[in-house]
Ligand binder design. Structure first.
Ligand code: GLN
Length: 501
């Protein structure tokens, strides 16, 4: 029997409710997808998302999004199931290919560039009824931790507009934190979903390498890159990941492993879970407010029946140096295709083809991307390859082995801070090396290929603090179980039989 129809719901209010409720309302006819889409655009207008104040989007297409939403209404009318994200407005990072809007990667070299095909993750979102409302600002080619490296101006943090939202998926994080959308896609190479999630007080998930198709994600470091999700709650993130995850014939690195229903972990409880606390992630110089919030989270875990065990990942100190050799090396190769011939910008030169290459790349790339290409070319060059690139690959294997060892010792998940500091002010971090240190707790999971997520665990001087949960390869379910439990404990909502933290 069909449930009785719900009373019409206010679309603006619905966007502040969990995705399951938004989707249920749409399916039962209590809300129209076009109302949800309008509410998202209205919210963006209200807070000036398009103007300098937040600078969340590089492109939006209200007309097409509305048309798409109307098409969904027709499907619902014909009772053709519109999917798990029916009518849900979603924002997509601008390095993920879409057919109806440009994909610029935050770079001048791809200004106005429209992809001839769509990313698998975008196709999966659409097939599940999601409506793509815009492309979000990012550090150029996803290189950065503040979104200040965008060629189109920085995004600001909705929690405090004097501060950065983190990066490189800063626009996606800000879109969620500002209440424009409940779900956004970002990408990760060394922390670009988790770090902005942490800075903006939301949830960010980097799946296992191979869990999600990279087809249509503009490559940065191909052995590290994964598409991830940003959301307000653990459950919303679980629903989003479930939709985009899975094997794809267009990406040979996507794994043929069944996609579990992550949201089913919601009520699994924490009893018996072994949480590893790696000592290298809690250095003495860690911001005391971040350390304090992490200890509070670990206490909550203990009180809900989990065991917290001190562990060691001895090669942690090498993750930044290794990452900043491997990632630029791969980037220097991947970005060689942007030479004025096939994609985007072309700057003519009187010095023939080589001159055109040089002029295009000199004008098209910003300073950080240029630095990475130089660095990557250097570490791959004859004479330096063994000393840098090959050595880094060996140490990368040791870092991955650390994770395998700790998980083999009976630890289910690891808990760490996501970032060493809360969101900093725009312009405050000028030294590139200081910026690279933002990834100190996140890059290791990319190097090892393991899944990791950040969830809000409190605040430091009024700024959000994120806690990171890291799990073994393809063990996203236990990662979500640990995240659901902590989210619940910190909100004071307990399962029957759980006592309060
Ligand atoms: N901040 C890191 C970098 O600049 C990570 C970026 C990312 O994950 N895309 O490379």
């Amino acid at each position: 029997m069909k449930p009785p129809p719900r009373a019409p719901a206010s679309a603006a209010k619905l966007l502040s409710r969990p995705l399951t409720e938004c989707v249920a309302c749409v399916r039962e006819g209590a809300a129209l997808p076009s109302d949800l889409v309008s509410a998202a655009f209205d919210r963006a207008d209200d807070i000036g998302a398009g103007s300098e104040s937040l600078n969340v989007f590089l492109a939006t297409d209200r007309e097409r999004a509305t048309e798409h939403a109307k098409g969904l209404t027709a499907l619902i009318g014909r009772a053709e199931a519109p999917g798990n994200l029916a009518g849900v407005p979603v924002a997509v990072k601008d390095n993920i290919a879409t057919l109806d809007m440009p994909t610029t990667c935050g770079s001048r070299i791809l200004e106005g560039y429209v992809s001839p095909f769509e990313a698998t993750v975008v196709r999966r979102l659409r097939a599940n009824g999601a409506v793509i409302i815009g492309k979000t600002n990012m550090d150029e080619f996803a290189m950065g931790s503040s979104t200040e490296n965008s060629a189109y101006g920085p995004t600001r943090n909705p929690v405090d507009i004097r501060r950065v939202p983190g990066g490189s998926s800063g626009g996606s994080a800000a879109a969620v934190a500002a209440g424009i959308v409940r779900l956004a896609l970002g990408s990760e190479t060394g922390g670009s979903v988790r770090q902005p999630a942490s800075f903006c007080g939301i949830v960010g998930v980097k799946p296992t390498y191979g869990r999600v198709s990279r087809y249509g994600l503009v490559a940065f470091g191909s052995s590290l890159d994964q598409v991830g999700v940003l959301a307000r709650t653990v459950e919303d993130a679980a629903l989003g990941l479930e939709v985009i995850a899975g094997c794809d014939q267009f990406d040979s690195t996507s794994a043929d492993v069944p996609v579990p229903r992550y949201e089913l972990e919601k009520n699994a409880g924490l009893k018996g879970l072994v949480i590893g606390k790696p000592r290298e992630y809690f250095p003495e110089r860690l911001d005391p407010r971040i350390a304090q919030e992490c200890e509070r989270a670990l206490d909550a875990y203990r009180e809900l029946g989990a065991e917290v065990r001190e562990v060691s990942l001895p090669h942690t100190a090498y993750s930044i140096p290794v990452y900043y050799i491997v990632a630029p090396a791969e980037a220097s190769s991947n970005l060689a295709r942007f030479d004025g011939v096939r994609y985007g910008l072309r700057v003519p030169s009187e010095r023939g083809l080589a001159g055109m290459y040089e002029a295009t790349r000199a004008r098209g790339f910003g300073p950080e991307v240029t630095r990475r290409i130089l660095l990557g070319t250097y570490v791959l060059s004859a004479g330096y390859y063994d000393a840098y690139y090959k050595k880094a690959q060996s140490v990368r294997a040791l870092i991955a082995q650390d994770f395998r060892d700790v998980f083999a010792s009976g630890v289910d998940v690891l808990f760490t801070p996501t970032t060493p500091t809360p969101a900093f002010e725009l312009g405050a971090v000028k030294d590139p090396y200081e910026m690279y240190v933002s990834d100190i707790f996140t890059a290791s999971a990319n190097l090892a290929g393991v899944p990791a997520m950040s969830i809000p665990i409190g605040d430091a001087r009024g700024l959000p603090v994120g806690g990171q949960i890291i799990a073994p390869h393809f063990a996203e379910p236990v990662m979500f179980r640990a995240a659901f439990g902590l989210e619940r404990a910190l909100a004071g909502e307990l399962l029957p039989g759980e006592k309060s933290a």
